[in-house]
Design a protein around this ligand. Structure first.
Ligand code: PMP
Length: 296
């Protein structure tokens, strides 16, 4: 599904065959989840393939590594260039790009001296965007920010996301909604939350969530469209009386939420602020320069 015998990956400066690459089973990343990664999307645009917010994603990769003391001696621009080369070599345009910084063999808990970086990519077709999610509030909360670096995209943090996702699916829902450790709304297992109430958008403030690049894009788009957004600590009860809601993330883009624990949002999706933002987001990612007019 992710690769075949011709697929190339980028590994420490070289392009190598995915099926001929090996890794060390004594890697600290494999044993302790001590590695950092990114999830990036590339889109086919009028002027060829465009990796959406490539620089921002690689900046976040670097920041994630620094936050958890993983050495990161790569040049962000080089990595962006390598990602474009990788897509070209694999003949991909609408694709998902996955960089991973992983550690050398080390069974101790001391930080590693050396790391490797790999970037792989696979086809990811255009998202259709009509589906709406049925969520359930998870029994798992997001990790406390004093336990981990919540703003870093660290491999091991995703056990929390996997537990929440599987619990939701096992209970017949599409996706989980996680609260923070104080019981305030936080985020999905791989997406940020927004909801609409009386023409205003609300989203959990930074501090207990991953600072999503799509979330930042939604904030920019909302500003451009003159939509007011309030960031703060909000509760399940606030969400229960919202008019509509959506998740946003690189993979999901912007996706409507139909219900939370079978309680439906009253507003028809096509009339929501989320729908409007979904359309604008879809246009933006397919622009070759992918910058907003306000940021020029
Ligand atoms: N929260 C979590 C926990 C995530 O894993 C992701 C996906 N990276 C997001 C939010 C959305 O982030 P982004 O928009 O940068 O993809």
């Amino acid at each position: 599904m992710y690769y075949n015998k011709n697929t190339l990956i980028y590994l420490d400066g070289k392009f190598v065959k995915a099926n001929e690459t090996t890794t060390d089973l004594y890697s600290q990343t494999l044993h302790y989840g001590y590695g950092v990664f990114e999830g990036i999307r590339a889109y086919e645009t009028e002027n060829g393939t465009s990796i959406f917010k490539a620089q921002e994603h690689y900046d976040r990769l670097k920041k994630s590594a620094e936050l958890v003391n993983i050495p990161f001696n790569y040049d962000v621009e080089e990595l962006v260039k390598a990602s474009y080369e990788l897509l070209e070599k694999n003949n991909l345009s609408d694709a998902y790009v996955r960089p991973l910084v992983f550690c050398d063999p080390n069974m101790t808990l001391a930080r590693p001296n050396n790391v490797s970086i790999m970037i792989c990519a696979w086809e990811w077709g255009a998202y259709l965007g009509d589906k709406q999610l049925r969520l359930t509030v998870s029994s798992y909360c997001r990790p406390h920010p004093r336990s981990i670096k919540i703003e870093a995209k660290v491999c091991g943090h995703y056990v929390n996301s996997i537990l929440a996702t599987n619990e939701a699916k096992d209970n017949g829902f599409d996706e989980a909604l996680l609260l923070d450790s104080d019981g305030f709304l936080a985020e999905g297992p791989e997406a940020n939350l927004f909801y609409e109430k009386e023409g205003v958008l609300y989203t959990p403030q930074l501090g207990n969530i991953l600072p999503g690049i799509t979330r930042a894009t939604v904030l920019e788009l909302a500003k451009e469209l003159g939509i007011e957004v309030r960031q703060g600590l909000f509760s399940k009860d606030d969400l229960a009386v919202a008019d509509s809601a959506f998740y946003c993330g690189t993979a999901a883009e912007i996706i409507g939420i139909e219900s939370v624990d079978d309680s439906k949002f009253p507003k028809e999706w096509n009339n929501t602020l989320g729908k409007k933002l979904q359309e604008e987001y879809s246009k933006l990612v397919r622009k070759s320069d992918a910058t907003l007019s306000t940021t020029h």
